[in-house]
Write a protein that binds this ligand. Structure first.
Ligand code: GLA
Ligand code: ZN
Length: 677
């Protein structure tokens, strides 16, 4: 990983001046100055402009845009422009459009519409990237390359089918291995020639959509393949860029918890991670914190760029609420608190036409600076100036790891049984929410990550166990750490085949339990669970999935209260080496999850500084010079009065805060404290 070299946190966003007359650009830049916008992302959808026909490349307008942007010390994140292909390309080469899950070959339209396996698309997208880089690599204003845009979706065309077969040949070597992995004896599916293998779609293995498959093995491999196929597109462009730009960092904008793309497999090929934050609603503070941590985690803990967020509202949803006053600022600082090293908007000026004309922008159609949104953007720009270089290169000092795994996500959600209602994200987010409420700094990690530096590892719904993960989790507990996992963990191996042993498979030793049966019920069915770790009983509710557990060495800390399995374990704790394995066998409600999580954290003295203050987020970043920055974020509209637990200088006001002093945060307010050493 290597981030763009900047003197402070870059501030700005997507800017598409090719959409309006040049007279307007001058007005735009006056307003950029007023808001201290120092970074623009250019050319994300410029393919038709820069290559108007197959043999003609024309950079004249982009030259003027770049020249203008480069003035007055502004920085450019320059896109290759391949996020949407031009109409002439689809007309000349129908293979560049995608074939969908239903088998329909699409015609020209939309964006993010290219078949990742099309040789023509691969050749021409790389060629465009090559030419863009060659033309602008020497421009010192270009601090980053932005490849494509929000890679995603899937294609089921014949080119993809052929590429899938090659991918399978590389993965399995022989059809015998493939047949074993996919368990093809079931329903007489044994393949005797690679050409017999079809992409799993509505025309082949699926019914009722992409999650209902007769063979999890082939569907899982197609998901892996498709993620890799698009990664190959990114890599095509990146290596074309590298021919003339050896050092400028290259990224593409990720989408956080986006199921189709395994960002753990992608991120090692990026120089730095960037992502677009569009939360589903304004009650998603914890979810956003999680996603920032995930994005930092895929990038190996390095800072990332917040590539896009709306300053005000989106347009693509059925209902597009406005960010309330103060919210954009708070969420921008939340990103910084979790590792962002750029705060960028989509978009700097609004489009006049097409589907995003009502999408929020720093500058609206009237071009005014006396709007609330503009004022808030300008205020944030001034604050980021004041922050200066303080967070550049800063890391999060976490002792808690939360595991997140695309394979487990896919496998769990394409599985028939036990319950379609158990969603991977929801289980992970429930445990994260409890950790967030407790105020702990945490890393969201791949299952392949080094766990040796963590005291607590939380692995919700760890459906698939790959490689030596069980041993590495045992090692965490053996040296005194705690490992917490839940129902639907330890079910299948890397090929999605069940372990020939008791559930939770290779985690059984660490957890000291075996799952004898399981019961999935409709959401209205509640089984109460009584929790007790010697501090008095607490009754909570559990729903959706109930595993019937037999303790084999583990101590029971929670039991079901209803049904024929009343009195049997629902939550257990097993001593393992110097530490513990915790197993939660049912879908506990938030109170229950929080109770378990706090038991685990308290054991390691890891509760955050203000665990009893609701919606108060705390996060720490440690700068390369060793200074600790404490971020306090009040997600409630009401002010909150705290007693400072540490002292230092508040970086936005310059005020000194001493430990034990009253500390007041306004509604949606923030504190950025450089702690005394
Ligand atoms: C995405 C895209 C942008 C724009 C925004 C709108 O993040 O990358 O081009 O469409 O959504 O919210
Ligand atoms: Zn295709």
């Amino acid at each position: 990983m290597s981030l763009p070299v900047t003197a402070k946190v870059p501030f700005g966003g997507d800017y598409n001046p090719e959409q309006w007359p040049e007279e307007v650009w001058q007005q735009d830049y006056r307003l950029f100055d007023a808001a201290r916008i120092d970074t623009v992302t250019l050319g994300v959808f410029d393919w038709a402009l820069t290559q108007p026909s197959e043999r003609v490349y024309d950079f004249s307008l982009l030259d003027r845009i770049v020249e203008r942007a480069a003035g007055r010390g502004r920085q450019i994140c320059l896109a290759t422009g391949t996020g949407a292909h031009p109409a002439w390309l689809a007309r000349a080469y129908p293979e560049v459009t995608r074939t969908d899950f239903e088998g329909r070959r699409h015609r020209y339209g939309q964006r993010h519409n290219s078949c990742p396996s099309s040789p023509v698309f691969r050749r021409l997208s790389a060629e465009l990237a090559r030419r863009v880089a060659r033309r602008y690599a020497a421009n010192p204003a270009v601090v980053a390359w932005h490849v494509g845009n929000e890679y995603g979706g899937a294609c089921y065309c014949d080119h993809c089918a052929a590429a899938f077969r090659h991918w399978l040949q590389r993965r399995y070597g022989s059809l015998d291995c493939l047949n074993a992995a996919w368990y093809t004896t079931f329903w007489s599916h044994t393949f005797t020639d690679w050409d017999q293998i079809e992409p799993p779609s509505a025309l082949t293995e699926h019914w009722r959509g992409p999650d209902h498959t007769a063979f999890q093995g082939i569907t899982l491999d197609y998901l892996r393949f498709m993620s890799d196929a698009m990664l190959a597109n990114f890599r095509d462009e990146k290596s074309a860029i590298r021919e003339s730009s050896p050092d400028t960092p290259v990224t593409t904008n990720f989408m956080g918890m986006y199921r189709p793309i395994d960002y753990h497999r992608w991120a090692p090929h990026l120089d730095f991670v960037s992502w677009d934050n569009y939360p589903p609603d304004d009650r998603s503070a914890a979810r956003m914190a999680f996603t920032h941590d995930l994005m930092r985690g895929v990038g190996d803990g390095q800072p990332f760029w917040l590539m896009e967020q709306t300053p005000s509202h989106t347009a693509a949803r059925d209902v597009n609420p406005l960010k309330r006053p103060g919210l954009m600022r708070l969420w921008s600082w939340q990103a910084v608190a979790h590792g962002a090293q750029a705060v960028l908007f989509f978009q700097l000026r609004a489009s006049r036409g097409a589907c995003e004309k009502y999408h929020g922008a720093v500058i609206g159609h009237a071009g005014r600076s006396d709007t609330r949104v503009f004022r808030e953007v300008a205020q944030l720009g001034a604050e980021l100036d004041r922050l200066g270089p303080a967070v550049l290169g800063a890391r999060t000092p976490a002792r808690v790891a939360l595991l997140f795994d695309w394979d487990s996500w896919w496998a769990l959600e394409i599985s028939d049984g036990p319950s379609r209602l158990v969603r991977y994200q929801q289980v992970v987010l429930a445990y994260h929410r409890a950790l967030w409420d407790a105020g702990v700094d945490l890393d969201v990690l791949a299952v392949t990550a080094d766990l040796s530096g963590y005291d607590v590892v939380v692995a919700p719904a760890l459906h698939m166990l790959k490689g030596d993960l069980p041993q590495r989790l045992e090692a965490v507990a053996a040296r005194g750490g705690s490992v917490l996992t839940t129902y639907l963990s330890g079910r299948v191996d890397e090929d999605d085949n069940a372990f020939l042993m008791d559930v939770p498979g290779p985690l059984g030793r660490l957890m000291g339990v075996r799952v004898d049966e399981w019961d999935a019920r409709e959401p209205e069915i509640v089984n109460p669970v009584r929790l007790d770790a010697g501090d008095g009983p607490l009754d909570v509710e559990s729903r959706l999935l109930f595993e019937l557990v037999i303790a084999e060495g583990a101590e029971v800390v929670g039991s079901y209260l209803a049904d024929f399995y009343a009195g049997t374990p629902a939550v257990t704790r097993n001593s393992f080496g110097a530490g513990h394995g915790w197993y939660v066998a049912a879908g506990l409600d938030p109170t229950g999850v929080s109770w378990v999580v706090r038991q685990v954290l308290a054991n390691h003295d890891l509760l955050g500084p203000y665990p009893e203050v609701p919606e108060l987020e705390s996060a720490v970043r440690v700068a390369p010079d060793g200074s600790r920055l404490l971020f306090l974020l009040n997600h409630r509209a009401e002010p909150v009065e705290l007693t400072a637990h540490t002292g230092g200088v508040e970086l936005l006001t310059g005020e000194r805060i001493a430990p034990g002093e009253p500390l007041r945060l306004t509604g949606l307010g923030i504190v950025v404290l450089r702690e005394d050493r």
